[in-house]
Structures are given as structure tokens and as C-alpha cells.
Design a protein around this ligand. Structure first.
Ligand code: SF4
Ligand code: SF4
Length: 96
């Protein structure tokens, strides 16, 4: 008997083998999740986004652990980005 198996997920695409590639993306703040002001950048039109440092990563990323320092208060966009989805894969392809 032959059983069709569902394709396995790409086990290479996991956050622990990543370098927080998605934390290089521009992250607009569209809801208030309590992000501390020190991590927020405001443009000339009043738009709020996560500030990024010269190395390209979000200012709230711990450079030693490559993890989010404000995980419980991270923006909505960060909460909605899923491992393995388009943005994740395209950032990994561009940065790893
Ligand atoms: S969601 Fe994707 S891009 Fe972001 S840290 Fe995880 S594997 Fe890397
Ligand atoms: S707030 Fe946290 S999860 Fe979102 S981009 Fe910055 S470091 Fe990454």
C-alpha cells in the first residue's frame, strides 16, 4: 500500500539557525503595544516605526543573543510575521 505523505516543512528555516534577519525589516508601529520610546523613530509626517541602528538591525535587538529585548511588548507586525512565510524567506535569502 502507498500512503501519500504531506511534504515536511523545511527544517532549515528556524529562528535558532537564523541571524534575526526579519529584525532588519522596517517595522511600522500601527498599534500601541507598549514599545519604549527609546526604540521608536518618528518621521517628518509623524509616522512611528522601530528605530534601526547603523548595522541595519532593529534597536531593540540584543546583539549578543540576537533576540528581542522587548518581546512581551514587541510591535504587532513582529507578532504577525511567521517563520517560513514570504517575508521570513526573502530576508533569509538576502542576509544569510
Ligand atoms: S522568523 Fe524567519 S527571518 Fe525571522 S528570525 Fe525566524 S527564521 Fe529568521
Ligand atoms: S521589536 Fe523585537 S521582534 Fe520586532 S524587529 Fe525589533 S527586535 Fe525584532
Amino acid at each position: 500500500m502507498t500512503v501519500d505523505a504531506a511534504p515536511l516543512p523545511d527544517t532549515e528555516v528556524i529562528c535558532v539557525s537564523c541571524e534575526a534577519c526579519c529584525c532588519r525589516l522596517e517595522v511600522m508601529l500601527i498599534t500601541d503595544t507598549g514599545v519604549p520610546d527609546m526604540f521608536i523613530e518618528i518621521d517628518k509626517w509623524g509616522g512611528r516605526s522601530m528605530a534601526r541602528l547603523d548595522d541595519g538591525w532593529c534597536s531593540a535587538l540584543d546583539r549578543n543573543t540576537m533576540s528581542c529585548m522587548i518581546y512581551e511588548k514587541r510591535p504587532r507586525i513582529c507578532r504577525e510575521l511567521e517563520m517560513g512565510e514570504y517575508e521570513c524567506l526573502s530576508q533569509r535569502a538576502a542576509n544569510l
